[in-house]
Design a protein around this ligand. Structure first.
Ligand code: MSP
Length: 516
């Protein structure tokens, strides 16, 4: 730890009515990359993911499967836990909203909102979408086929009329607007912040926060004919995991530096309702809510009924974990929508990983193996080309850090690839293979400059492609304890004479199987 501070990153908690798909994998990976980056950069990190297990949607799915909601939740929550493992995620906790600690936190938050006078009993009459678990006003609805009323997301809606507790959301309009004004980065990208601000400027209605027509949820304290609205329950997970209602300990440590990663469809819950609940409870809103875009599959909207849902596990089986991690974060500027296609996936894996990065590492290390007796050569980098190469390598961290702090993953990767390409050009120009006979000392310098450049590259690619980066660092004999960013740069260079293991290829090429 270098005293850099704390960092708390969360994924949305996933509904257990469904199997994990690429959308879940995407947010979880984005969080993992950020968590790994911050840890390597000396931060005390907490990374949370988990499952959202209550609500009408889960209750209905369980009914359709003929199992209890708890049984469905147990089974599907395990799938999400396993997905995080298969993705190589370094989450520090996995929360389930059916856990006792969560019930305690939700009920404490509820009591606090009641004590503050921000929850009152009334009756709800209006539209509800079970698929979105959201209430909609008449003027938000759109017309579907045959004139049926649909939520703006295309989900079916039903008319609901029942007693309900309300949260005084309308009272938070000014405070929310002030928060967006004072914190230009609290909702990102900026387009989402504008969208949220104009929604709030349009006026806020009080929010129904309890239901009486089904049972699968957390009972309202003192009135168990009501269960809490699933979004109030779900959002609270982020503070349950920090030990709320205890606001000392982990809460005090991590909450001030929180980033919630979410898909663009759930921004309103995270950037309007959630900060309002927190303000009402005298807690600070999160530092940032970052909304990423949605993936399509070969140009088509992904949907169960079309049958084109992308299974992250089969992608990993086909292309490899590092390759999938790299592709998802490289292909699309984070925040934009993106399209998954096999062609694009194979293109990036073969040209950027195997050709650019893989060849650089392979040819540099095998020349050291063959021509320098397998040990890091003596060196005295002094040509302008040497200095430019090392200068470019050492300058990467500051730039990458800046991009990562804005969640611009594609930009961070591009910064690294500029140096990979420059290093390939440096090998071509210096032609170390030809120096073996004419100037072996110069050959040693060139190969060392390459090895040192690769060390810097591999340190920085660790968060994105951890397995391959670790194998590259192994091949450079970089000790486990020297892989943090404190070791990046000219103060901890590779040392002459260190023996290196025999080099091995790290990035396989994908070869399409010939069709029979
Ligand atoms: N349970 C709520 C979140 C509660 S957080 C307090 C929920 N769960 S979900 O299982 O539906 O989550 C889905 C997540 O996957 C959302 O962030 C959503 O944006 C994301 N995606 C779903 N389909 C997607 C794509 N096709 N592409 C990218 N992400 C997508 O919402």
């Amino acid at each position: 730890m270098n005293g850099a501070g704390t960092f708390y990153v969360t994924t949305p908690i996933y509904y257990v009515n469904d199997k994990p798909h690429i959308g879940h994998a995407y947010t979880t990976l984005a969080c993992d990359v950020l968590a790994r980056f911050k840890r390597l950069d000396g931060f005390d990190v907490k990374f949370l993911t988990g499952t959202d297990e209550h609500g009408q949607k889960v209750e209905k799915s369980a009914e359709a499967f003929g199992v209890s909601p708890q049984a469905l939740a147990d089974q599907n929550s395990a799938n999400f836990r396993e997905l995080a493992q298969i993705l190589g995620c370094t989450n520090d906790d996995f929360i389930r909203t059916t856990e006792a600690r969560h019930k305690v936190a939700c009920q404490a938050l509820w009591d606090k909102l009641v004590a503050k006078g921000d929850i009152y009993l009334g009756a709800y009459e209006g539209w509800y979408s079970v698929r979105d678990e959201a209430f909609y006003a008449e003027d938000e609805l759109v017309k579907g086929e045959g004139g049926a009323k649909l939520a703006p997301t295309g989900a079916p809606v039903e008319w609901v009329k029942e007693p309900s507790y309300f949260f005084r959301l309308s009272a938070f309009q000014d405070r929310l607007l002030q928060w967006y004004e004072d914190n230009p980065d609290c909702v990102a990208p900026n387009s989402r912040r504008n969208e949220v601000m104009s929604f709030v400027k349009g006026g806020l209605q009080d929010l129904s926060v309890s239901r009486t027509s089904f049972k699968w949820g957390i009972p309202v304290p003192g009135d168990d004919s009501h269960i809490m609205y699933v979004w109030l329950d779900a959002l609270t997970n982020y503070i349950t995991a920090l030990g709320y209602p205890d606001t000392a300990g982990d809460f005090a440590r991590y909450w001030p530096n929180t980033i919630h990663m979410v898909g663009k469809d759930i921004v309103r819950f995270h950037a309007v309702y959630w900060p309002a609940f927190l303000m009402a409870a005298d807690l600070a809103p999160p530092k940032r809510v970052f909304a990423h875009g949605w993936w399509t599959n070969e140009g088509q909207k992904i949907s169960k009924s079309v049958g084109n849902v992308i299974d992250p596990l089969s992608l990993i089986e086909t292309y490899g974990l590092d390759q999938v991690r790299y592709f998802l974060l490289r292909e699309v500027p984070f925040g934009n929508d993106g399209d998954f296609s096999h062609r694009a996936m194979i293109g990036r894996m073969n040209s950027e990983l195997a050709n650019d990065y893989g060849n650089l590492v392979q040819r540099s290390l095998s020349m050291i193996g063959k021509n320098c007796g397998g040990a890091l050569p003596a060196h005295s980098p002094d040509s302008d080309d040497d200095k430019a190469m090392l200068g470019a390598a050492y300058a990467m961290l500051a730039k990458v850090r800046e991009s990562m702090d804005r969640q611009l993953y594609h930009e961070a990767i591009e910064t690294v690839w500029v140096v990979i390409r420059a290093a390939n050009a440096y090998v071509d120009k210096q032609a170390p293979w030809a120096l073996k006979k004419t100037d072996p000392a110069r050959m040693g310098t060139v190969l060392w400059v390459l090895a040192e450049t690769i060390r810097c590259l591999a340190l920085l690619t660790q968060p994105f492609i951890p397995a391959a980066s670790s194998r590259i660092l192994d091949q450079l004999a970089v000790a486990e304890g020297e892989r943090g960013f404190a070791f990046f740069g000219p103060d901890h260079p590779l040392k002459e004479g260190i023996a290196l293991p025999a080099p091995q290829g790290v990035f396989p090429r994908h070869v399409e199987e010939a069709s029979a």
